[in-house]
Design a protein around this ligand. Sequence first.
Ligand code: DX5
Ligand code: ZN
Length: 212
Amino acid sequence: MIIKVAASILSLDWSDKTVVDQAVLRVSNADFIHFDVMDGKFVKDKTFDPAFVKSISTGLIKKDVHLMVKQPEKLVDKFIDAGASMLSFHAEATKSPAKLIEKIKSKGVMAGIAINPSTALTKVDKLLDKVDFVLMMTVKPGKPGQKLIESTIKKIKSLAKKKPDLLIEVDGGINAGTAHEVIEAGADILVAGSYIFNSTDPKIAVDILRNS
Ligand code: DX5
Ligand code: ZN
C-alpha cells in the first residue's frame, strides 16, 4: 500500500506569495500541494481565489484543491484552469453533486466529495460509485491546527470496508501520532499542514507521514 502526502499551505502566512513559493520548495518530496479554498460563506474565513492557485508553481507536485465554498459549480472551471489535478467539494454545498462530479471527471481531473465529521456516510451513499476519491474531514472544516476528532476514525474504517477500492483522503489534525491511526483505518492520502510546516525539516516530516 503506497501512502501519498498532500502538504496544506493553510497554516502558513499565505497572503505573502513568496512564503508559499518557498514552502513548496521545502516539500519537494510531497505528492500534492493542498489548497483550502474558502468563500466566507460555507465556512467563516476566506482564502484563495483561482488566480492565486494558478500563480503558485508547484513543478512536478500536483495541485489538490479542496473547495469549502457554497455553489462550487460556479468555480470548478476556474480551478481546473488553475491546474487542479484533484478537486473536491462538499456535498452539502450544491444541489446536484452527481452532475458536478461528472463535469470534473470529464475534464480529466480527479473528482472527490468531502465529508464533514458530522455528516453521515449514508448521506453520500449514492455518490460513492461516481467519485474518484472521498475527502474525509477529520476536523471541522475552516481552520488549521485543530485536533483530530476521534469518531472520524470509525467512519474511515467503515468507508474502507464498504468500498475497498475507493481512494480515501484524510484532512485535519494529521501528524506523526495520528498518521498511523488513519492509515490503519484505511486512508490512502494524508493532508497535513501544521505538522509539516512547523517541523524544522518539512521534507523529513513528509517522509515520516508517508512511512507511518
Ligand atoms: C481544514 C483544512 C485542512 C487544514 C489542515 O479546514 O481543510 O486542509 O489545512 O491543517 P492541519 O494539518 O493544520 O490540521
Ligand atoms: Zn483541506
